[in-house]
Design a protein around this ligand. Structure first.
Ligand code: TYD
Length: 142
């Protein structure tokens, strides 16, 4: 397990191999570092579309490509990293306070997102310049 920017990382899930079909599981705290308050999924994404393009002040997420593939681009205001998700037995942990964008969705891809908070529009930072200010303010307090 390699630590990436701000603690973002790929987490490999347990896989139960079975000739009847494979099975993977996610338990809160046990397999991902937060309690799950919300689950949503992104599907029927037209070719070339980009999702995300924002950061959360508090919300943490775990993103799995249940089907197909897509890229998640993370940015902490200083570094940027691209994670390609294309298997249903691993996912990307996205800490709070990281700018994230999702793109290069394959046809019929299905993105499962587990979130640590309920939907709260005031938790979003939609403006990259504001996000940069937010990360600078946080760094000043460290
Ligand atoms: P948004 O988070 O901007 O999607 P993405 O990051 O994938 O581009 O959400 C798109 C719309 O869906 C927005 O109008 C808010 C709504 N929404 C909810 O109502 N509840 C949710 O849990 C989420 C994630 C989005």
């Amino acid at each position: 397990m390699t630590m990436r920017l701000n603690g973002a990382r790929i987490i490999t899930l347990h896989k139960t191999l079975d000739r009847r079909g494979n099975l993977s599981v996610i338990e809160e705290i046990q397999h991902i570092p937060f309690k799950i308050k919300r689950t949503y999924w992104i599907y029927d994404v037209p070719g070339g579309e980009v999702r995300g393009g924002h950061a959360y002040k508090r919300n943490q997420e775990f993103i799995v490509a249940l089907s197909g593939s897509f890229d998640v681009i993370l940015d902490n205001g200083k570094e940027r990293e691209v994670f390609s998700l294309n298997r249903s037995y691993y996912g990307l942990y996205v800490p709070k306070g990281v700018w994230r964008q999702m793109q290069n969705f394959s046809t019929n891809s299905l993105a499962l997102v587990l979130a640590s908070t309920k939907f709260d529009v005031t938790d979003y930072i939609y403006d990259y310049a504001l996000f940069k200010e937010f990360t600078n303010e946080k760094n000043e307090h460290i």
